[in-house]
Design a protein around this ligand. Sequence first.
Ligand SMILES: [Zn+2]
Length: 272
Amino acid sequence: MLTPSIPILAYHKIDDRPDFGITSRKIAHFKEDLRLLEARGYHSITFKDLDAGISVPEKAVIITFDDGYASFHDLALPLLLERGFRAVVFIPTAYVGRENSWDVQWGQHHYKHMDVEQIVACHRAGIEIGSHLVQHLFPGLLSDAVLEYEMAASKKQLSEWTNEEVISLSYPFGKYDPRAIRAARGHYRYAVGQSSPAFPGEELSALFLPRINVYRMDSSARIIKKMEQAVQGHFSLRDRLIQKGAWATVALQYLKFSQKNVRKIKRHAEIN
Ligand SMILES: [Zn+2]
């Protein structure tokens, strides 16, 4: 059984620039997170480790990063390695080497994604590379055929670049439904979303693992507290409410691409 015994942290950007989004973590705060994790005796593992059947340390944590920003390679990686931590980075393959034009720009800044060379360097340094689909689109709005393409093409591309099978997935926007999980099952062995599981009552599955979001305003101590609570099966109400706000980003992103299916987004918002 994988979780809830192993807390999974969800980071996005490590960046000091002011940003209206709240998932960007300041460098000094990230340093402090790692210091505290180490001081509290945590050891990082990856989905590859679990897949290989390693004996899981008593205080294990899986540290994940969504979106594959260049700041992961430039800033987070050296800090992780310095303390002997590893991580899993989820990449939307269409944006490799490009800026985050898929995202709604809450701030003025554009953020660069890692290029292939940087992804390969991370992988060589012991970072697990996972999929964040191809175009970072919300799975619930994709047709069966497009969803299947996104699942397969992202895995194929990343596996080629790293010369190793990619086995983990992060659903864009942390959103999943039974159809997305079924699609993931054909390609991945582990898949993560956000906050609490979407299907209370169902046994946690390796294909819809909840994560603990790390926000800009969280203190390092609060992150550890959230991890301890998650292990008990509790996810912060505040975080769950913030996560609801992610629907705004989904909706705005979709408006950028098409005006047509806004009603569909609303229906999804209502059932979640
Ligand atoms: Zn993302």
